[in-house]
Design a binder for this molecule. Structure first.
Ligand code: GDP
Length: 464
């Protein structure tokens, strides 16, 4: 396997640093997707063939490739880290609902802010999530190329570019950048241009970038490497050789395999044939890994051989796990490899992790469905704040059974299903039509709660 994470040296050293997991967050349209695509695309261009590894749900960019992209900025001998693993789905929804050990799944984050647009509602939301989870982050002040009069040299470090720009361009850009730095400090962070920051753990580095022209991207990667090197060394005990531990991103049916798990492995190793324990809808599922799958480079979507089998996967990495009995597995649930015969102990650990996200239910209330355990918990918290009781809360798409359950609610205002980021199965549509159970679905929690509140007000007005 060409994965840098399987470096035999790091495998032999239980104290070795694993690849840090990086998430990209920010307001819609500020450039998260473009930034990720550009980092991935350039890594493919710059790196040797096969150097970049496409994972399930994540992309690994090895240190050598980063140092090629960053040129003089990154000396690979300064780092012990194997590279960076970028989670592919940007946005704070996926960030906040993907967790490990009760914290965020990502070790570090990039907060993307459009430099012309500044702080926006989802920027604020992302910041409060980063604060709550204690995740270190850097700010990518994006779209600097749109500044009038901006005329950079290719391949030049961004600090130098800024110094050399016409007065018109720098003053405009500086104004925006200082406003951003001011907003960050109002949010409780001391922030500055990254080249003035000494300690990236107590100060937020702001990196002016353009995801379009790639200016500043080498700088951003350099800062991410430096920050993670420090953070991983000082803050995290990493186990790259123990039994694998991960989080389920998605449960998907795959032809020839049945239900499979897309997993981000954040600690240890998983091998074909391993016994694993996975959080399920009822009790934890105990099963055996039949196959570990990674995307085949340049595979055609329609061909059957989209995946290739690998014998083992080492953290941090994304991987698809095929195993029997995964139908009841839940997105957001933990996955643990069992070495030796302590299946019961591991089952108990998984049970405990799941119990942390248990939702209080009432005799009468609404039905809640969400796409992951983390989002279900976030929904339950929001509803609790709004004093809306919950009759049942589950991970998964809306099924006819949910309609039947909602129908049993006593009060009319509780004969409701709230769906967060889920689909409605066709049979459930029919059941909704038949029963008159009300459905609200959205992918923004506060909007969903607002929609529901408005509905209740309307009902109450009509009943007066
Ligand atoms: P997301 O919603 O945060 O993922 O934002 P996207 O990556 O989809 O970007 C939104 C729009 O901004 C798209 O039209 C991008 O082409 C554009 N965009 C993103 N980054 C840059 C940039 O650095 N410069 C310019 N000029 N446009 C950008």
């Amino acid at each position: 396997m060409s994965d840098t994470n399987t470096d035999p040296e790091s495998a032999a050293d239980p104290g070795a640093l694993r690849t840090p997991i990086v998430a990209v967050l920010g307001h819609v349209d500020h450039g998260k997707t473009t930034l990720l695509d550009r980092i991935r695309g350039s890594a493919v261009q710059e790196g040797e063939a096969g150097a970049i590894t496409q994972h399930i749900g994540a992309t690994a960019v090895p240190l050598e490739t980063i140092s090629e992209m960053a040129g003089a900025l990154v000396d690979p001998t300064d780092f012990d880290l194997p590279g960076l693993l970028f989670i592919d789905t940007p946005g704070h929804h996926s960030f906040s609902t993907l967790r490990s050990r009760g914290g965020a799944l990502a070790d570090i984050a990039v907060l993307v802010v459009d430099v012309n647009d500044g702080f926006q509602p989802q920027t604020e939301e992302a910041i409060s999530i980063l604060k709550r989870t204690g995740t270190p982050f850097v700010v990518a002040a994006n779209k600097i190329d749109t500044t009038p009069g901006w005329n950079p040299q290719e391949g030049e470090p961004i600090q130098k570019s800024l110094e050399k720009q016409s007065e018109r361009a720098t003053s405009r850009l500086n104004e925006n950048l200082y406003e951003l730095i001011g907003d960050l400090s109002s949010a409780g962070f001391s922030a500055d241009f990254y080249w003035r920051v000494q300690d990236f753990q107590s100060n937020i580095g702001v990196v002016p970038v353009s995801a379009m022209t790639m200016e500043g991207i080498p700088d951003l990667l350099t800062v991410l490497m430096g920050l993670s090197q420090r953070y991983m060394k000082e803050e995290m005990s990493i186990d790259v050789s123990g039994p694998g531990v991960g989080t389920v991103l998605e449960v998907k049916d795959e032809r020839g395999f049945g239900a499979t798990l897309d997993v981000v492995l954040y600690d240890g190793v998983v091998r074909e044939g391993d016994t694993i324990v996975v959080g399920g809808r009822d009790d934890p599922i105990v099963t055996e890994v039949r196959a570990l799958l990674q995307p085949r480079p340049n595979a055609e979507i329609r061909t059957e051989k989209r995946f290739e089998r690998v014998d083992e996967v080492r953290a941090a990495a994304g991987v698809k796990i095929a195993a029997p009995d995964l139908d009841e597995a839940m997105s957001g649930a933990p996955v643990r490899v069992v070495r030796g015969d302590d299946v019961d102990a591991v089952k108990e650990e998984v049970r405990k992790e799941l119990a942390k996200i248990e939702v209080d239910t009432a005799e009468d209330g609404v039905v809640v469905k969400a796409d992951t355990l983390g989002s279900l918990e976030a929904m339950a918290n929001a509803l609790e704040e709004a004093e809306v009781p919950i009759l049942r809360a589950e991970v998964g798409d809306i099924a006819p059974r949910d309609v039947t359950v909602a129908q049993t609610a006593n009060e009319e205002k509780h004969q409701v299903i709230l769906g967060f980021n889920v689909d409605v199965l066709p049979d459930a549509e029919d059941a909704l039509d038949r029963t008159g159970v009300k459905l609200f679905d959205d992918d923004v929690i506060y909007q969903l709660v607002e929609e529901y509140d408005e509905y209740v007000e309307e009902l109450e007005r009509a009943q007066q």
